[in-house]
Design a protein around this ligand. Sequence first.
Ligand code: AMP
Length: 427
Amino acid sequence: MSFKTLGLSEEILKSIEEVGYENPSEIQKQAIPQVLMGRDILGCAQTGTGKTASFMLPLVEILSTGQSKSRMPRSLILAPTRELAMQVSEDFKLFNKYLKLQMALLIGGVSFSEQDSKLAKGVDVLVATPGRLLDHVERGKIILKDVKILVIDEADRMLDMGFIPDIEKITRLLPKIRQTLFFSATLSQEIRHIGENFLINPKEITVSPSSSTAVGIESFLIKTTKKEKLNKLERILNIEKIKNAVIFCNKKIDINKVNTFLKNHKFKTVCLHGDMNQSSRINSLEEFKNGLADILVASDVAARGLDVAGLSHVFNYDVPNNPEDYVHRIGRTGRAGLSGKAFTLYDDGDEKSILMIEKLIKKKINIYNFDNNTNKVQHKQTNITEEKNPEKQDVIKVNKIKTEFPPIENFVNFKESGNIPSFLINK
Ligand code: AMP
């Protein structure tokens, strides 16, 4: 299936081609036509599935006609962390290349005045973290009555970070008649319940359960002791052909320790964690993304949703406390169909956590052994090639079906009239 069949304009198709996407991913195939028809979406998709473009492409398409007024954004995308909001805004810039839409990014740690002058000029797309958006609302600098499309990204993370009351407050400031796109990596009962408050007759789309790890990732466990940990990490870094890697630590103190140790061993590293100020975070991310550093030592909060093209390796210096964080951490590699490797250092005290991870991902993680004399590595072969690749299967399946959609102009923003076409109800 090609992007051309999804109902996107020539300008947007041209920008997609320049970005280098050849075919839509599963979530894009399913979500884009529905969003263009004005339908609410309850999307269960992890980062790495192409979910950002699945809402961004139809969103810019819908907004490409019409104009924004001063301080009255026409759409709002809420993201849980500054890093994720920044990435979403980068995707917007890619797809807006041949359109003239205006965007403002409202994140903490950046001065209010620049954000404020953008709002005053009028923006079509507002990308924000909930706290900073509410700060602007409280200062009387923004009116949300003109928002036609609301996107809530990573709702499960919003819940973990305690943002749901803020989101409820924000939605009370939005028009009742609007289109809402709600994405989460998991669809627990609690998340569904939260979604119900924001959505009207949503189309539910699930592309990959949160407990599954991407098909192209080979993952291994490395047994160690607390004393040997740094040396084992250095050894594996030297053995593996690393293009770029993220090393996750559970504690800030360990992030600094690992960073200093690796720098002393001539690795080019940068750090990223929640206690750093915004400009240091941005600098670290930029150095890592443009290759000045090839290792990013990071915490979970800082690196969730991090998208670095072709990341070759992920290392867990510590076993994550929460098994779902394991899925998110190793999901930084193996993205968009590429292969990647993930290594987790563990000691005797971690065995229970590893069992919980294996229970969640429904498979055993292979043990990686060092051969002390030769530095050669032995490991049990993974069954990666035997795994089904749902993405590929669906591409084949969908190719056989000629999809036909009614003309988009019949449906775009139909909710403004308050009348939901009957054929969409109960679909
Ligand atoms: P996301 O799930 O939105 O974080 O996207 C994960 C990665 O996949 C990003 O690097 C995107 O640039 C990339 N991506 C998104 N859609 C496609 C596509 N249709 N083809 C190839 N890469 C894509």
